[in-house]
Design a protein around this ligand. Structure first.
Ligand SMILES: *[C@@H]1O[C@H](CO)[C@@H](O)[C@H](O)[C@H]1NC(C)=O
Ligand SMILES: *[C@@H]1O[C@H](CO)[C@@H](O)[C@H](O)[C@H]1NC(C)=O
Ligand SMILES: [Ca+2]
Ligand SMILES: [Ca+2]
Length: 191
């Protein structure tokens, strides 16, 4: 009698424990998805890295047009703070699901210019240049109008991820937008 009671109790407890574990796993998974899923946090076709959302576009635009296009999405051309972020952008050429033939891309605009003062590069958010990753010999303002900057794409493996200055009047086929990550609540995560 007692034995069967105890065995029944153990059975009930173990079932309760299993249900509790299931709920726990469910809750943990949900919060994990909330935290890292690009679909939830950054929106469709935007990719999250360290508090920002990124999207690479293939559209034929000048630097200023590309900036406006990013700004329409509450973003701007990408500001690159460190090597980790630059490394992420190299990966973005392949992460970005809607890109056509990433291996054929030469360059993409980033949010860096020396338009205001020749030779003094400033990020579009006003940050002065600290981390940089220039191609050897760049920036060289080679034709006197090279005041915008591009990151080299996979097409040129030897310089992939490095930066070149390019002509301000150039139209690029590719560029990268960045905006701060916002949680579902609409609260902006502070830096
Ligand atoms: C300037 O840099 C570009 C790459 O942006 C390179 O192709 C060119 O040869 C360089 N010109 C000079 C004069 O160094
Ligand atoms: C992430 O962002 C913070 C704040 O902007 C910065 O201090 C940190 O270096 C960044 N980490 C990486 C891995 O980029
Ligand atoms: Ca950034
Ligand atoms: Ca220049």
């Amino acid at each position: 009698m007692l034995v069967s009671f105890l065995s029944a109790l153990r059975h009930i407890c173990s079932n309760m424990y299993r249900s509790f574990k299931m709920v726990l796993i469910l809750v943990l998974n949900m919060s994990l998805v909330d935290g890292i899923s690009p679909a939830v946090g950054c929106g469709y076709l935007w990719y999250e890295f360290n508090g920002s959302c990124y999207r690479m576009y293939q559209r034929s635009n000048t630097f200023e047009e590309a900036r406006s296009f990013c700004q329409n999405d509450g973003a701007d051309l990408v500001v690159i703070a460190n090597e980790e972020e630059n490394q992420f952008l190299k990966e973005l050429f392949y992460l970005q699901e809607d890109l056509q033939s990433p291996e054929t891309i030469w360059h993409a605009f980033i949010g860096l210019t020396d338009m205001a003062k020749e030779g003094t590069h400033v990020w579009v958010d006003g940050t002065p240049l600290s981390y940089s990753n220039w191609v050897a010999g760049d920036p060289n303002d080679s034709d006197g109008t090279n005041d915008i900057v591009e990151i080299v794409g996979p097409y040129i493996p030897s310089n992939y991820g490095r930066w070149v200055d390019s002509s301000t009047i150039k139209t690029s086929e590719t560029y990268i937008c960045e905006r701060k990550y916002r949680q579902k609540t609409g609260i902006t995560v502070s830096e």
